[in-house]
Design a protein around this ligand. Structure first.
Ligand SMILES: Nc1nc2c(ncn2[C@@H]2O[C@H](COP(=O)(O)OP(=O)(O)OP(=O)(O)O)[C@@H](O)[C@H]2O)c(=O)[nH]1
Ligand SMILES: [Mg+2]
Length: 593
């Protein structure tokens, strides 16, 4: 049977997973209602977090499909996948057109010599302009230096949500057959190679409770059998022996055990507890290792600590340093972009690819029953060839023209410089570049300044020379001076002074941050104070109080609004912000030091 390997790539939300689901459903590999976004967090957030493999049988072919995440924090994962496939479906929203992550994934595909198939998706949207989008995609190909062959890309129009694909907008179609036929026509099938010496290179890792670490990768050449002894080579040439205990291939959306892995297929192998991305698995010692696969460096870092709050241990099952350490060790088995420094006795220094990358780990941990507290995320600053350097990002902002003033002004203060600006009617698209440090904590400000209507995407560029001091307006915290239950009456008094994170009857402790202050300075308050009772009853006036609903903290929002002298406390039920030093006296003492 012929094998074809494709990845589905796009900007976030352009419809990769919906399209993959439709392909799987129509080929009978997936039941109605199921989705490739199978993880609970993915379903809840409606985004893909992990790249996933699946396959279908179509006519005489096996098509391996990798659905990739679109969020920029997971960009390096997409890059690794691209090394192992034969072509990509570049999905582009028929209204939004190419977006920053479209550019990133297309650039990587073109560099690898792939010939993308362009899928103009969501043509059912009322504001869709497929013709304009095709032109924009063409311009992007040219701008990114595509070869003539690559620029001569096939285009297909889709409504992924309805499972429809067509060659021309006017065609009648009721399923995805035109897309699948196009894949058979345009994607080269993997060429023989079974007679050569076996070589495979993992681009992803997986974990199984019984089998341990698994390597997911493409078999470049040869055949591998279960039970076979192998040689694992690092890209540097260093080698060590191993033994394959199990082989899985992808069959629909499930993995199925196989006796052998053949050239061209994407498989998963067990038995190599220390296998890592980019290593070459072979059966003969003399085989050349495949070129290295780069794993991107982390850009932000923060400390994970044992929960030290007065409410510690109330809600979580796993609270000790030992348990947190084991959990982080386990995470390192599969979370490729993550780094953990276990060197300190007081905290674990965790580094990742962005706030989203870290907050997903924290969200998973709390769901599993962990309690933890973390420090404020910081951009990683390091010395590169004697130059103090920090990560830089490019932001793409789509907003109404009238909002551009405050947005440009605040980002400029945070070290960002405009690189491009285009206007479409009442909408502007602004491109700016600046340090990651300046972007930390900015998203909430952006939402307010654009009244929730703006779109901001960022992507990592590179480490550049340290940008010097930047001016962020720090929000002040409203700190509780007492422990007990918050009362509606006192919250009602406080709500004019800023934004509250808690509602009446929430339990608070001394040093807990219960809201932020609009003036920007710190405020010590007592949310547990009740109304003075008197003998007199005012008629009507104090019967009911009008409370604004609180701005409850999520992990992501917490990480964003917290200050340097605070910890975010995360438990299975609550996300609380607190001062590192809980009492006024301790804070004053710490400040003097
Ligand atoms: N109108 C319309 N909406 C669609 C279509 N396909 C997908 N959507 C919607 O677009 C949104 C995003 O779809 P997803 O398939 O999750 O997008 P994705 O590219 O996988 O997103 P990430 O994996 O997070 O990058 C969902 O709300 C879908 O319902 C379509 O053909 N037409
Ligand atoms: Mg998706």
């Amino acid at each position: 049977m012929e094998i074809r390997n494709i990845a589905i790539i796009a900007h976030v939300d352009h419809g990769k997973t919906t399209l993959t689901d439709a392909i799987m459903r129509q080929s009978g590999a997936m039941v109605e209602g199921a989705s490739m976004d199978s993880n609970a967090l993915e379903r809840e957030r409606g985004i893909t977090i992990y790249a996933k493999n699946a396959s279908i049988q179509y006519k005489d072919s096996k098509i391996n499909i990798v659905d990739t995440p679109g969020h920029a924090d997971f960009g390096s994962e997409v890059e690794r996948v691209l090394r192992s496939i034969d072509s990509v479906l570049l999905v582009v929203d028929a209204q939004e057109g190419p977006m920053p992550q479209t550019r990133f994934v297309l650039k990587k595909s073109l560099e690898l010599g792939l010939r993308p198939i362009v899928v103009v998706n969501k043509i059912d949207k009322p504001a869709a302009e497929p013709a304009r989008v095709v032109d924009e995609v063409f311009d992007l190909f040219v701008e990114l230096g595509a070869t003539d062959e690559q620029t001569d890309f096939p285009v297909i129009y889709c409504i992924g949500r309805e499972g429809i694909a067509k060659h021309n907008l006017t065609d009648e179609s009721k399923d995805l057959t035109p897309l699948l036929d196009l894949i058979l026509e345009k994607v080269p099938h993997t060429e023989g190679g079974t007679e050569k010496a076996f070589r495979m290179q993992p681009f992803n890792l997986a974990y199984d409770n019984f089998l341990g670490r698994l390597g997911v990768g493409r078999v470049y050449e040869g055949v591998l059998k279960t039970g076979q002894n192998v040689v694992i080579k690092k890209p540097t040439g260093e080698s060590r022996p191993g033994k394959i205990t199990k082989i899985f291939t992808f069959n629909g959306v499930v993995r199925s055990e196989a006796l052998e892995a053949v050239a061209g297929d994407i498989v998963m192998v067990a038995g190599l507890p220390d296998i890592y991305i980019g290593e070459t698995i072979s059966v003969e010692a003399g085989v050349e290792p495949l070129p290295a696969i780069a794993v991107d460096e982390p850009t932000i870092t923060l400390n994970f600590l044992v929960n030290g709050s007065p409410f510690a241990g109330r809600e979580g099952k796993f609270v000790t340093s030992r348990q947190i350490r084991d959990r982080l060790m386990h995470e390192l088995e599969v979370n490729v972009g993550l780094r953990v420094d276990f060197g300190s006795n007081e905290f674990f220094k965790v580094s990742g690819r962005g706030e989203m990358h870290i907050s997903i780990l924290l969200e998973n941990m709390r769901r599993e029953g962990y309690e933890i507290q973390v420090s404020q995320p910081q951009a990683i600053i390091k010395d590169i060839d004697g130059v103090k350097s920090e990560p830089f990002e490019e932001v793409t902002i789509d907003i109404k023209s009238e909002c551009q003033g405050p947005v440009i002004e605040k980002l400029s203060l945070r070290g960002f410089v405009m690189s491009n600006m285009t206007q479409h009617d009442n909408q502007v698209r602004i491109l700016m570049e600046g340090p990651t440090r300046g972007l930390l904590g900015y998203r909430g400000v952006f939402v307010i300044d654009t009244r929730g209507e703006g779109i901001l995407c960022s992507r990592f560029l590179e480490f550049r020379k340290y940008a010097g001091e930047i001016k962020k307006r720090v929000v002040g915290s409203m700190v509780s001076m007492a422990s007990g239950k918050a009362l509606g009456f006192s919250l009602w008094n406080l709500q004019d002074r800023g934004v509250l994170y808690i509602s009446p009857a929430t339990e608070v402790y001394e040093g807990m941050v219960i809201g932020n202050t609009s003036k920007g300075e710190e405020m010590i308050v007592n949310p547990t104070k009740g109304k003075q009772l008197t003998n007199m009853r005012a008629s009507g006036s104090d019967e009911s109080i009008d409370l604004t609903p609180p701005a409850t903290l999520s992990i992501e929002r917490g990480l964003e609004v917290m200050s340097e002298d605070e910890y975010l406390e995360i438990t299975p039920e609550s996300v609380r912000l607190r001062k590192i030093y809980l009492t006024d006296v301790d804070r004053a003492r710490a400040k003097r030091k």
